[in-house]
Design a protein. Sequence first.
Length: 262
Amino acid sequence: MTATTTAAARTLRGLEYWLYRYRRTWRGALVMAVFNPLIFLLAIGVGLGRIVDTTGGLPSGQPYLDFFAPGLLAASAMQTALIDSGGVVRLAAMTGGAYKAAMNSPLRPAEIFVGHLLYVGVLSALNASFFVAVLAVLGITGSPWALAMVPVGVLTGVAFAAPMAAFSIIVPNPENISQIYRFVMLPLYLFSGTFFPVETLPAAVRPLAEFLPLWHAVTLCRSLNEGTASLLGGAGHVAYLVVMAAAGLVGGRIAYRRVLHP
């Protein structure tokens, strides 16, 4: 067995731990990752959407629910990733936490890190699949390309989880993680085109909104659902998220090694 194969096997052992843990916590996780977005979908997409549609509607003339739903899928992937790589990582790195226990096994810091990211990827895939299925039942999916929102949800989750985990494991004060939720996640929700088109923002602010990582995920999901995604535009959105994930992987490997194996 080669060293690479052995490292991959150890990484999968890390994933196995988190999946085993998920067996005991899936009910709470399901509420946060699935039912909360569904409540948003019904309350905002259907409830507020009726008001929007009957009072002038969107500039594009598209029904608000059709506009909102794909963006909510991307935003939910971000939220799940930030939560599962935020406070969860901080607790795992504390004395008596899962990471400290794993360091007494053959697992290395990088393998612990990647194993956790794989877990976030699995959760993102499950949640996105469920969400797409619900959209299909509601008749919101407008193109066969809507199925591609599932891998986009996975990529979005990993792109946000990797840098968040790198930050969470080194931050000295757990309160800083809560600040990320309040001052990073919520503004991304509001100004990335999830609830309203960024084209309605002032011209001076619009380029900033289009630079946000969630905007790329939201725009890509929306274009896939509508069947309007272009090869060049889609590749640009994917490249942005891949670079973000790669930067997080590099930073996470360094941070995990310094904290877990100083």
